[in-house]
Design a protein around this ligand. Sequence first.
Ligand code: AKG
Length: 264
Amino acid sequence: MRASLIQIAVDPDESVKARRQRAASLIAAQRGADLVVLPELWPVGAFAYTAFEDEAEPLQGPTHDIMAKAAADAGVWLHAGSFVERAADGTLYNTSLVFTPEGERAAAYRKIHRFGFDKGEAVMMGAGDELVTVALPQTTLGLATCYDLRFPEMFRGLVDAGAETLIVSAGWPERRRAHWTLLAQARAVENQSYVLAVATAGTHAGVEQSGHSIVVDPWGEVLAQAGAGEEVLAVEFDPARVATTREQFPALKDRRLGLAPPRL
Ligand SMILES: O=C(O)CCC(=O)C(=O)O
């Protein structure tokens, strides 16, 4: 299976409209891949909080339509990263979209763990509450967005729902890049799954982005990692290795659920 992770740069001197067109061109160049993945909030920038209201779109808005066409034109499964969704009741969500190679929307995932503690996304956006998996012919994807990477129980939930390839679409700060690489490998090892984690490059709202998108196999080996700048990370991997890893080293079968709490 061939995947292309588009580590697009988000810089304030490029308009959202121009970046959407540029993303579509980058996707067009990936014809021949099975799966193309974009990062979190690449149209507006994950830390461009002051622009969230103005750039919010309905689920089926400009980002949706341009990405649907880009998937169909390139004939690829497309995880289109996320955008700021304005729901019918006015609530904003950090929403990822997946399209089939025919340009049909296969899934929408609203980020479950909002980042920012007492500011930014955490106070400006609603939280999703549904795990999302997407069955491709070669593998089942489990969807996660950025800060979700820190919550292993969410990934276990995705694996329990059938996920074999975990997608992390992110706008991760350079300051915590060591966590990015470590956690991507941890999620792969503990879930005996591929992890395809794509981050943005560039600097916006004063936050330098990490880049260093990464693909990890179910044994925890790094198959490929990008540098800091804009780049397309292309990898080939064998989805059947998830089943063989889980058979040969069946740690997932040794889980002990429902343990008693400590006695006081
Ligand atoms: O967890 C982190 O360090 C980064 C999270 C983040 O930037 C986000 O979710 O937007």
